[in-house]
Design a binder for this molecule. Sequence first.
Ligand code: IPE
Ligand code: IPE
Ligand code: MG
Length: 239
Amino acid sequence: MTLDNIPRHVAIIMDGNGRWARQRGLNRIFGHRQGAESVRECCKQALVYGVEYLSLFAFSEENWGRPKEEVDALMSLMLDSLINEKKLFLDNDIRFRVIGKTDGVPEEIIRGIGELEEATKDFKTMTLLVFFNYSGKWDIVQAASAYAASVAEAVRAGENPPALDRGDFDGLLATSGVPDPDLLIRTSGEKRLSNFMLWQCAYTEFYFTDVFWPDFREKEWASALESYSNRERRYGKIK
Ligand code: IPE
Ligand code: IPE
Ligand code: MG
């Protein structure tokens, strides 16, 4: 399929792993494992279409509230992915970045993330952003705190406080340097943001599908991108 309007930045709320497993009489953890396969396929599809930034919501700050067994399984899947997907990134010129808090994240995962970010930092074909231990409200609050600290610093030095416009605020967010998402996909039939990129999605196009994340493969990518290609983005103006 040729589409003349490919989103530069695609963000995905990967939802429905648990229900995918339950439908099959399996433990939820099998759903997360199958979901990790979809992540790999997703990177490949993004490369095929020439998407520059792919953002995946993998673990929210609120997901700590799940049973310990499930949280542990998600942490160990993250660790496995850091090891198993390295070749995919190196072979395909994919830069890897993690967005989120480090608080509570096991030390070996923090180390693994740092190593993979360093190994891929000069890669240019695509940037994969994994949102892990992330929430949109956390990011806004940490950016506001950083600004407040710079104001306090200026006052102490007897200088004028630094200016703050929308662009400056973008630069204080954990997603600094990344353009806002053009297309946000959420799987599994849920139609909410669940605290994902609240600031950055101001003018993002949304695409919702009932397909569970472990089943979100090539055909679903094509449908999402086809839907996007027919949108008219107006940004409050008249066309
Ligand atoms: C998405 O699938 C993965 C994470 C939130 C980590 P869920 O685990 O939320 O699956 P459902 O929504 O319960 O089916
Ligand atoms: C959102 O899914 C978070 C991730 C996909 C990582 P959830 O399953 O946690 O969201 P809610 O609880 O249904 O809103
Ligand atoms: Mg869910």
